[in-house]
Design a protein around this ligand. Structure first.
Ligand SMILES: Cc1cc2nc3c(=O)[nH]c(=O)nc-3n(C[C@H](O)[C@H](O)[C@H](O)COP(=O)(O)OP(=O)(O)OC[C@H]3O[C@@H](n4cnc5c(N)ncnc54)[C@H](O)[C@@H]3O)c2cc1C
Length: 402
């Protein structure tokens, strides 16, 4: 397929005559074409990063080492403690095979000297790690983040900011994190943020469902008010509130998040606010929740309220859900196979692209699976919902494809 035939394919999809099977076959063709074109346009640095990522994915011990290092090395209270952790990981996993010869040598030297000179070696290791992850984790400091946000906006890409941080253990941390998100909303260069309820409220108890929902609502009101107060001025002079999206993490939070989201947005103060929520296709419950949210969104709009947005993802918490289930002897909350997850993703994709749902619920298709993205690109054309269905990808993961 050539570059110029992609618009032809979109036009053909818009004629609405393709069956789902034909759409799937065309999505494979489209994916091939996009892959070829995006690979051809890849810059040297992106190619090297992709190759390193590929080598890491084929090196299980190296991957485990890198994840553990990234997870722990930023946390220790002192360089000496960091050096201890670094040694512990090196002893357990060995120097990762996927690294280049020079990096393997540097890591071996780091291992040898970090115990003797932790104050010198550990900051070097931390800084190297920050450099390596800088394409996927942006620095939060204004001086570095702001120019990046402006560049992206110029390129027609809306940036959704997700403030990273460790697990929230108590209420003082929760308040601190809530304040960070509110501060981010006051930033004129940020108009879209994502936050999960477990990052802004520490006392989630499912046996006290009603009480927990009420307390989460208190936090949501603070965020939604900040979104309204810090509205952006559009080119036509009108004011548009900033966008707050509720991310999803653990299964236990799904119904709580959805309930607090719906109840808060039905309050007079927030009826005109557009806000979003994530649904994870790997949870069988998400499909039912999508139907409920669509029905509720329709009612809200009919009562004079604004639309909402649903972002569809597959779910990133599989390992933790497995551990949680095995600790209690429960069946795991997510589906047991990738094929089931992919099938549910398609089912939810179809539901979200139905014109009668897309009218009330803006739909965000979030994935890095090029086949799913291409299928969704063609489906939204076939269903005539191009303006209501958008695509979301993670910064730095596959920029050439995005
Ligand atoms: C913009 C954006 C926002 C995101 N926000 C969130 C969020 O709020 N919450 C969240 O949880 N995730 C979020 N994710 C991550 C997402 O859930 C996926 O983990 C990630 O996108 C990989 O899925 P894929 O479709 O890109 O790739 P694919 O390779 O097609 O799918 C990988 C996914 O399939 C599922 N899977 C794989 N193997 C199995 C198995 N054996 N059994 C069951 N399931 C399996 C898992 O969900 C896995 O993540 C986000 C992703 C993007 C791009």
């Amino acid at each position: 397929m050539t570059d110029s035939s992609i618009p032809d394919m979109m036009a053909e999809a818009r004629r609405g005559q393709w069956t789902d099977q034909q759409l799937a076959a065309k999505a494979v063709e489209l994916a091939e074409s996009i892959l070829k074109q995006s690979n051809a346009g890849m810059r040297g640095k992106e190619k090297r990063q992709a190759q390193q990522m590929e080598r890491m994915m084929n090196d299980p011990a190296g991957k485990a080492f890198t994840l553990a290092l990234a997870d722990r090395v930023f946390r220790p209270s002192s360089p000496a403690r960091g050096a201890e952790l670094f040694h512990y990981l090196l002893d357990g996993y060995g120097v990762p095979r996927y690294l280049s010869a020079a990096d393997r040598f540097a890591m071996k030297m780091g291992g040898r000297f970090s115990a003797q000179f932790p104050g010198v070696v550990m900051p070097m290791i931390t800084s190297q790690l920050r450099k390596e992850s800088s394409n996927v984790i942006l620095p939060a400091e204004d001086g570095k983040l702001r120019p990046h946000l402006r560049r992206r906006r110029k390129g027609g890409i809306r940036m959704n900011i997700n403030q990273l941080g460790e697990a929230i253990l108590g209420e003082s941390e929760a308040h601190h994190r809530l304040q960070q998100v509110v501060d981010r909303l006051t930033d004129k260069d940020c108009d879209y943020i994502s936050v999960k309820i477990s990052a802004i409220f520490s006392q989630i108890h499912l046996v006290a469902f009603e009480e927990t929902v009420k307390l989460i609502q208190e936090r949501l009101r603070i965020l939604y008010r900040a979104a309204i107060t810090n509205a952006v001025t559009l080119p036509d002079g009108s004011r548009k509130p900033k966008f707050v999206n509720l991310d999803m993490e653990e299964y236990r939070d799904l119904h709580l998040t959805a309930e607090a989201f719906k109840r808060t947005l039905m309050e007079d103060e927030f009826m005109q606010l557009e806000a979003g929520i994530v649904l994870q296709a790997y949870l069988p419950d998400s499909w039912e929740e999508q139907m409920k949210l669509c029905a509720w969104a329709k009612e809200r709009v009919e009562q004079g309220g604004a639309r909402i947005k649903i972002r569809l993802v597959k779910g990133a918490n599989l390992a933790m859900e497995k551990v949680e289930a095995s600790m209690h002897g429960w069946a795991q909350a997510p589906y047991g196979t990738k094929a089931q997850v992919d099938a549910n993703y398609k089912r939810m994709l179809h539901y979200g692209c139905m014109p009668d749902n897309a009218r009330y619920v803006q739909f965000g298709v979030a994935s890095h699976n090029l086949f799913d993205l291409c299928y969704a690109m063609l489906l939204r054309e076939r269903e005539g919902v191009r303006d209501q269905v958008e695509f979301e990808m993670l910064e730095g993961m596959a920029n050439h494809q995005a």
